[in-house]
Ligand binder design. Structure first.
Ligand SMILES: Nc1ncnc2c1ncn2[C@@H]1O[C@H](COP(=O)(O)OP(=O)(O)O)[C@@H](O)[C@H]1O
Ligand SMILES: [Mg+2]
Length: 251
């Protein structure tokens, strides 16, 4: 469903990606791990059209995203970006909920404004999503009245309300207190089990091992290894994977 081919990405005059390749099948769950600064976030942001890149191609179903002139994107380019963002939802480390809107409004806003859904239908959709993430009781609360874990679950529901065909999660639990990590991971795990195509960047190694179909190891802007969770966590072959795991697993 998602194919990344020969992706090149510069930040200023520094090359981050010098030709990344990865294909993801429909329904697959890919977990990206690797040290901070290795390029996980940039990779996800390129797939979602949030970040421009210099060379290569990203195909999402029948949509092909190429290098776009960031200063003067064409009308066609803007249309490609719009289509990609409709297909691919993203959840960030910071929840980015609208503080002046209730939980229900946060979720129902985009389906009405972007998809043209009737308000009553969008409200109903929001309520059913809230039920699914066990927050039916918080419909009329404002984000500031929720815990971090609850806010992140609402952010996930908000992305799902757009009925994306794939979801990207960029360290969705990194800014949460430890006791709230589990509730957010459990919502993501349910989605994954329902067959949603998913790419997750995370430092939660137990979770990665649990949900990943494939694990992709990034280091310094390169994919150094791709394998099953068993391959990567019990029998890694790349030295850089071993070094990274020895640091995070403190063995
Ligand atoms: N907006 C930016 N401008 C310049 N450099 C950036 C920017 N975003 C990321 N980088 C650099 O790109 C590299 C990869 O960053 P990032 O994709 O955030 O990695 P990760 O998510 O794995 O921590 C880092 O060296 C980072 O400093
Ligand atoms: Mg990151």
């Amino acid at each position: 469903m998602i194919t990344v081919r020969d992706l090149h990405k510069m930040y200023g005059d520094q090359a981050l990606f010098r030709g990344i390749n990865l294909s993801i099948r429909k329904g697959e769950v890919v977990v990206c791990i690797g040290p901070s600064g290795s390029g996980k976030s940039t990779f996800l942001r390129c797939i979602n059209g949030l970040e421009f890149f210099e060379k290569g191609e990203i195909d999402i179903d029948d949509i092909a995203l190429h290098s776009i002139n960031r200063i003067r994107p064409s009308k066609e380019d803007m249309e490609t970006l719009r289509k990609i963002r409709l297909k691919v939802g993203m959840v960030f480390q910071q929840f980015n909920l609208f503080p002046h809107m209730t939980v229900l409004e946060n979720i129902a806003e985009a389906p009405v404004k972007v998809l043209g859904m009737a308000k009553s239908g969008a409200d109903e959709l929001a309520r059913s999503l809230l039920k699914r993430i066990n927050l039916a009781g918080k419909v009329n609360n404002y984000p500031a009245e929720l815990s971090g874990g609850e806010q992140q679950r609402v952010a996930i529901a908000r992305a799902l309300a757009m009925r994306p065909e794939a979801m990207l999660f960029d360290e969705p639990t990194s800014s949460l207190d430890p006791e709230m990590v589990g509730e957010v991971l459990s919502v993501i795990k349910d989605l994954v089990n329902e067959g949603l195509t998913t790419i997750i960047a995370t430092h939660e190694m137990d979770f990665a091992r649990d949900v990943a179909g494939r694990v992709v190891v990034f280091d310094q802007g390169e994919i150094v290894e791709i394998g099953s969770p068993d391959d990567i966590f019990t029998n890694p072959s790349a030295d850089r994977t071993k070094l990274f795991l020895s640091r995070v697993l403190k063995r």
